[in-house]
Design a protein. Sequence first.
Length: 108
Amino acid sequence: MSKQESVPQKKKSYSNYMMNAMKTELQKYNPTLRNILKVEQAMTKYKEFDSKNQLSKKLDISMRPPVLNVILKYLEKSNKILLNQDGTITWIYANAKAMESWKKAEKL
């Protein structure tokens, strides 16, 4: 009998894992466009929040925590916010006016 070599299974990369997790969460907790826009508006207005709880208090609508988590993961994946390790949330997406001034700025 010949020994068959076992082929190691490919490890899923972190991004694949996050995509699968996000698809599962989207199936369970599908946020509406209105909810996504409300979170984006709050983030652009206040720029930073100390916690998810503080963000949910600033929203003028009530939103279940799993739905808010899905929205925040989406915004993080699209490079609009930073979810820091200490729990703070920071808006980093530049608007058109900021992008124009960034292009005109002198390089150091």
